[in-house]
Ligand binder design. Structure first.
Ligand SMILES: [Zn+2]
Length: 88
């Protein structure tokens, strides 16, 4: 009898699952990583939390976030050297 009660745990998993799609191309064939997912078409990784919070065109992939941080760092380096230049 116990052998037939295996399925009782699966209900929670199904009720929590939500269908995510790629915010860039709308692809629904995503690779699910739990907290994030990957679009095999765009080859970008997106956070599910970002997709819950933002519209599709506002969601940034991890790569785009890194690009943004890098450009911010470059800009602050630039403004620091400008400030030193102006202080002279
Ligand atoms: Zn995509």
């Amino acid at each position: 009898m116990f052998g037939y009660s295996k399925k009782s745990n699966e209900v929670n998993v199904i009720s929590r699952s939500k269908n995510y799609h790629c915010p860039r191309c709308g692809n629904k064939e995503i690779v699910d990583y739990g907290d994030s997912f990957d679009c095999p078409v765009c080859r970008r990784e997106f956070r599910k939390a970002d997709c819950d919070r933002f519209d599709d065109d506002e969601v940034l992939s991890d790569e785009e976030k890194l690009d943004m941080i890098n450009s911010w760092e470059k800009r602050s380096e630039y403004s620091d050297s400008m400030r030193e230049f102006l202080d002279d």
